[in-house]
Design a protein around this ligand. Structure first.
Ligand code: DC
Length: 218
């Protein structure tokens, strides 16, 4: 049986960076489940699929013209055979991903592929509903957060935008992700909550790894 650790949290809370580092130290795989929603958003936009049509989006989920691949560095997305990973991690695609992730049938359609990421490997899965829906039986769960301003500052540097602009779009996204009916972002039961507002990446990684070593006896 493979081991699974989940890391949930709001936009730009550092989930991917922490997952990548901890997975690398443990020699595990990791997946950003947001890549499934970002990949769908990218594909739907590229093909002119109506973003408000749940049925059309479900069909788009089934298309084999786009795919998610795990790698040590990033969760990759390919569309029509082309690596579009760099494009999907923009704030703009994140906003559309949040929109398409509201639909229950879309979530259901993408669920099995996310679960399959744990097939035959030990996995760190990060996202919004990893500890509640994707891997409710996970061996260890984290909820990583930081103040809105802090998160916006981090992303603004990455995206070369103003903090105010990024914070505004993150606030909309956080509201959509926490208030949707289907699998909203919430703190999973028994999750360890880490507020990273006053921590740098290495401090968060150490905090997570200590808990992993204590709990899983690794
Ligand atoms: O983690 P991220 O920023 O890459 O996620 C992009 C969007 O995808 C997020 O705003 C909501 C959606 N998402 C989701 O609904 N469930 C997940 N497990 C991961 C992401």
């Amino acid at each position: 049986m493979s081991l699974v650790i989940t890391i949930d949290g709001p936009a730009a809370s550092g989930k991917s960076s922490v997952s990548r580092e901890v997975a690398s130290h443990l020699g595990w795989s990791w997946v950003s489940t947001g890549a499934f929603y970002r990949g769908l958003a990218y594909f739907a936009k590229a093909k002119g699929i109506a973003l408000e049509s749940e049925e059309d989006l479900v069909e788009a989920c089934k298309s084999d013209s786009w795919k998610v691949h795990l790698s040590a560095e990033k969760t990759l997305v390919f569309c029509d055979g082309k690596d579009v990973t760099e494009s999907i991690y923009s704030d703009a695609v994140g906003t559309v991903a949040s929109q398409v992730s509201q639909f229950p049938k879309v979530r259901k359609e993408l669920l099995q592929a996310q679960r399959n990421c744990a097939y035959g490997v030990n996995l760190i899965a990060e996202g919004r509903d990893c500890g509640t829906v994707v891997f409710p039986e996970a061996d260890l769960k984290f909820y990583i957060t930081a103040s809105g301003k802090n998160r916006a500052q981090r992303r603004a540097i990455e995206e070369g935008k103003s903090v105010a602009e990024v914070q505004e779009s993150q606030t909309v996204r956080d509201q959509q992700d926490t208030q949707r009916k289907s699998a909203p972002l919430q703190i999973p039961e028994n999750a360890h909550v880490v507020d990273t507002s006053d921590m740098d990446l290495q401090q968060v990684v150490r905090a997570v790894e200590e808990k992993v070593k204590d709990t899983l006896s690794l």
